[in-house]
Write a protein that binds this ligand. Structure first.
Ligand code: ADP
Length: 218
């Protein structure tokens, strides 16, 4: 099964991609995570994309498409996959359509006020990638420390309020038009509305699975 998880920054794409990857036993890939690790390692690709990540702007399509193509070509990803954060422009969606077939798009719809609350209070474990929130659930048991591995949590540089605003602008201008693109293609497009800041992940995952069954994706 080939799935796309779609939605604005902070909608929980990474969280639900991980849940569904476990349910279906297929890999999930977040283009944002690939770029962040390339920046950290100081690779050529990392040097090229750093400026976009810092400012909340999109990495140019050619670079993202090439990165994704390499990932899709790996044999371990041929059984099915979940894409988190790709495609993000109509051009990327067209490139993806030329690479492979997508079974369904899960559109995570969350009001902007809720997204700002989630993103500005989000903290991440640098070791295992677990995601916490300092004001809402899941809160770490000990302040600023990962429950699972004891590492000090950090804030993504682009989760600062000025950059969050820019990411929303970019989402509205460049990514939201994809909703029309996929609807026009009669793709299985499933919208999951979530208005809670601290939604229960397991409950939302069950809702997603139920909606996928209803849409005959499962
Ligand atoms: P979020 O969805 O929460 O904004 P991501 O981790 O998905 O965060 O992305 C972080 C950054 O990585 C984006 O702001 C952008 O600079 C870059 N990026 C990730 N995916 C793409 C993509 N498909 N196209 C262009 N840039 C991307």
């Amino acid at each position: 099964m080939n799935l796309v998880i779609f939605g604005p920054p902070g909608a929980g794409k990474g969280t639900y991609a991980a849940e569904l990857a476990e349910q279906f036993d297929i890999p999930a890939i977040a283009t944002g995570d690939i770029f962040r690790s390339e920046v950290k390692s100081g690779s050529e690709l990392g040097k090229k994309v750093a400026v976009y990540l810092q400012s909340g702007k999109l990495v140019p399509d050619e670079i993202v498409d090439e990165t994704l193509k390499k990932w899709l070509n790996k044999p371990e990803n041929h059984r099915g996959f979940i894409l988190d954060g790709y495609p993000r422009t109509v051009e990327q969606a067209q490139a993806l359509d030329a690479m492979t077939k997508i079974d369904a798009i899960l559109n995570m719809a969350v009001p902007e006020l809720v997204l700002v609350e989630r993103l500005s209070n989000r903290r991440i474990c640098p070791v295992c990638g677990a995601i916490y929130n300092i004001k809402y659930s899941p809160k770490p048991k000990v302040d600023s420390i990962c429950d699972k591995c004891g590492a000090a949590l950090y804030q993504r540089p682009d989760d600062r309020i000025e950059v969050i605003k820019e990411r929303f602008e970019v989402y509205k201008k460049q990514t939201q038009p994809l909703i029309k693109y996929y609807k026009a293609k009669k793709a299985k497009f499933i919208t999951i509305v979530n208005r809670q800041v601290d939604a229960d992940i397991k409950i939302v995952t069950r809702r997603i699975m139920w909606r996928m069954k209803q849409a005959r994706v499962l």
